[in-house]
Design a protein around this ligand. Structure first.
Ligand code: BGC
Length: 694
């Protein structure tokens, strides 16, 4: 075993990693010179992809087109976010919600690094990820790709992921900008929210990606925002995104363009997958009639070229043949991430499953397959790499007797006699994914199975594969344990087996509030379920012209106190195989903010990780504010009976709100309570601090 690891280490070191590329003044000058040499037709070729299957390899709707006369290279892109897809098998990593649930940006960075390596191995220069749309309702079909309900957690996770990808010299694309929080009627329904809500909840992850990770590309979403489609929205692109300092490429989502004039003027740079509206013919008409100028087109070319130049694509072949397509480093990173994502919500003592002569039965629709969310995030791993839950448990070896059972034809006598029964349930591909919203109840037959199994054998464990909350009410009281497994990627079976057997303690925490019912979530009344559900929700436009984000800034746990509601499990919640004690809170004022420190002690018998969360609460705010806002966190692994001193820094900017009158962040001096806890409802330590900001 040792020898294999040594070889891998040497091999990994042989691959050169880059410092994250930057758009330099030289790159800008070189781009400007090229733009000055381009004809109008060439400029109009550069600003859209093309889909003309069979013509050549760049005509697949996933390339920036080459201008050979000027040496401008073709630039290949691929989805995202669970690995590199499009015409290739590749390592399948845990999905976005799993990365957020790990509460560990280093894990997201490892996944990003793996994806960056996989992309280089295939000559992919732009990855169409990460996705950071905020989780409002569990029904959104793409929650699995995203990072949960909290803008701070989403931003931290995104920054780690982007640095991982771009550190390998591959461009990341943050998407879907912005307010694409449902799949239902995603082309037509306008996301209507006020300016403060947009800035405090829906922009921060994007903004952080620009300011802290220097993300190369941004993808504008399908939906209108307050009536204007994202791709045609100068307020979104010019007045916000560019003002944050973004100098990279703004591309449209695939077919998310609706009018030529809107797209030419909005600040959108690149239309994908082809030039439906931003094409030469339309450009000529609009230029002749004087409603656009060539400068509008030059700007787009400038952004595209300066980014492509910065990433070195003019000067070298992007494909790196020294990196294997099925790479040990990528697989190791996928496993490391998969171990940290699952969240244990209930354990009556059945977990961890002890070694025994009794059989462990595994059944359910996802027991012997590697499930994934559907749509453009659907992965195609190498078949031989798929570790199903059954395979993972079987690989535990000595001391574990594992049997797979047909869930549609269960043997209840065998179930009664089993040492434990593990049910792998949830969604897969068509039942949860892009282009449609999903059901809150588990798909057909699953609740019935869980109830009957749990009534037969109390040592029953449910593992849910999903992108968010599901209806657990029919069986929650009956089962022995519940783990949210998300879509944990090709190594998920190994990771879950390690958790179920106690080799590692579960360390994931909920990245969203688990309300316990759709009605309990205050957002639901502002989500489409309050309207009749259309049958044609795949079409571009339905009859629902808008969604009002009436809950405003009170999304998820921010709404608990405001709406006077309590969830079944709060944001940040998750059990481990140990117990932690919090003590000795100390808060030191520094010029740039506050240094919060406290001691964490593992009181249990096994090593485990705690996610210590730091929230703030202003005592008498002048403007209405959520009673709790997450401003920092730290995941720490501690050996049994040992302690660690944890430090979390709260910058001055944490004490602010978005002021609509000045269109900027206002510093809010005042008295705050700093709360340190294990979830949004489990505050262990708190102290009030006077905050005086200049
Ligand atoms: C999705 C994007 C994706 C694109 C390309 C669209 O349908 O919304 O997230 O990157 O397709 O596959």
């Amino acid at each position: 075993m040792k020898r294999i690891f040594t070889i891998i280490a040497v091999f990994a070191a042989a691959v050169v990693s880059f410092a994250q590329p930057k758009i330099t003044p030289q790159a800008k000058a070189r781009a400007a010179e090229l733009v000055s040499k381009m004809t109008l037709e060439e400029k109009c070729t550069l600003i859209h992809g093309t889909r003309n299957p069979g013509r050549d390899s760049t005509s697949d709707g996933f390339h920036i087109l080459p201008i050979r006369r000027l040496g401008i290279p073709a630039v290949r892109m691929a989805d995202g976010p669970q690995g590199v897809r499009n015409k290739t098998n590749s390592t399948y990593y845990p999905c976005g919600i799993s990365l957020a649930a790990s509460w560990n940006p280093k894990v997201a960075e490892k996944v990003g690094e793996g994806i960056g390596l996989d992309a280089r191995a295939r000559g992919v220069a732009i990855m169409l990820c990460p996705g950071v749309n905020i989780y409002r309702s569990p029904l959104c079909g793409r929650n699995f790709e995203y990072y949960g309900e909290d803008p701070y957690l989403a931003g931290e996770t995104a920054v780690g992921y982007i640095k991982g990808i771009q550190g390998e010299g591959v461009m990341a694309t943050i998407k879907h900008f912005a307010l694409n929080n449902q799949e239902f009627d995603r082309h037509g329904a306008s996301s209507n929210a006020d300016e403060r809500t947009i800035n405090e909840i829906y922009f921060p992850a994007f903004r952080k990606a620009v300011e802290e990770a220097d993300v190369a590309c941004v993808m504008a979403s399908y939906n209108p925002i307050n009536g204007t489609h994202a791709t045609e929205n100068p307020w979104l692109i010019k007045d916000n995104l560019r003002k944050w300092g973004f100098e990279g490429i703004v591309m449209s989502d695939w077919t998310a363009t609706y009018s030529a004039l809107g797209c030419f003027l909005s600040g959108l740079d690149l239309e994908m997958p082809r030039g439906y509206v931003m094409n030469y013919e339309n450009a000529k008409i609009l230029l002749e009639s004087g409603v656009i100028s060539e400068k509008d087109i030059d700007e787009k070319c400038q952004h595209i070229l300066q980014t492509v130049i910065a990433y070195g694509l003019f000067d070298k072949d992007h494909k790196d043949a020294s990196i294997p397509e099925d790479y040990d480093v990528s697989r190791a990173n996928a496993l490391a991430a998969a171990v940290e994502g699952p969240v244990m919500l209930k354990n009556s003592g059945v977990l961890p499953i002890k070694k025994s002569k009794k059989t462990i039965i595994v059944l359910g629709p996802n027991a012997d397959m590697v499930p994934f969310g559907g749509g453009s995030g659907k992965m195609h791993p190498f078949e031989y790499r798929n570790i199903t839950l059954f395979a993972g448990l079987s690989n535990l070896g000595k001391g574990y007797k594992v049997q797979l059972m047909d869930w549609q034809n269960p043997d209840y006598e065998a179930i009664r006699k089993a040492g434990a029964v593990i049910m792998a349930v949830g969604y897969h591909d068509k039942s949860e994914g892009e282009g449609h919203d999903r059901t809150y109840s588990l798909p057909e037959g699953q609740n019935e199975l869980i109830i009957k199994v749990a009534e037969t054998n109390p040592n029953s464990v449910v593992v849910v594969y999903s992108g968010g909350e599901v209806d657990v009410n029919p069986w929650f009281d009956k089962v022995g344990a519940l783990i949210m497994g998300w879509y944990s990627g090709q190594e998920g079976g190994t990771a879950l087996a390690q958790i179920l057997s106690g080799k590692v303690s579960p360390s994931g925490r909920l990245p969203f509030t688990f309300w316990g019912s759709l009605e309990a979530n205050p957002v639901s009344v502002n989500y489409h379920i309050s309207r009749p559900y259309g049958e044609t929700h795949h079409t571009r436009f339905n009859n629902y012209p808008f969604v009002e984000y009436n809950e405003g800034i009170f999304v998820g746990y921010r709404g608990m106190e405001h709406f006077g509601v309590k969830p079944m499990f709060p944001f940040g919640y998750g059990l481990t195989y140990s117990e932690f004690e919090y003590s000795d809170l100390d808060i030191q004022a520094k010029p740039e903010g506050f240094e919060v420190s406290f001691t964490l002690t593992n009181k249990g018998k096994v090593a485990a990780a705690e996610v210590a969360q730091v929230y703030i609460s202003e005592v008498a705010p002048e403007v209405i504010k959520p009673a709790l806002e997450l401003k920092g966190y730290e995941k720490v692994t501690i050996e049994p009976k040992k302690s660690a001193r944890v430090k979390v820094f709260l910058p001055n900017a944490a004490f602010s709100h978005y002021d609509v009158a000045s269109h900027s962040w206002a510093k809010d001096s005042g008295v705050y309570v700093v709360k340190v806890g294990a979830s949004a409802l489990d505050i262990k330590l708190s102290q009030s601090v006077p905050v005086k900001l200049k």
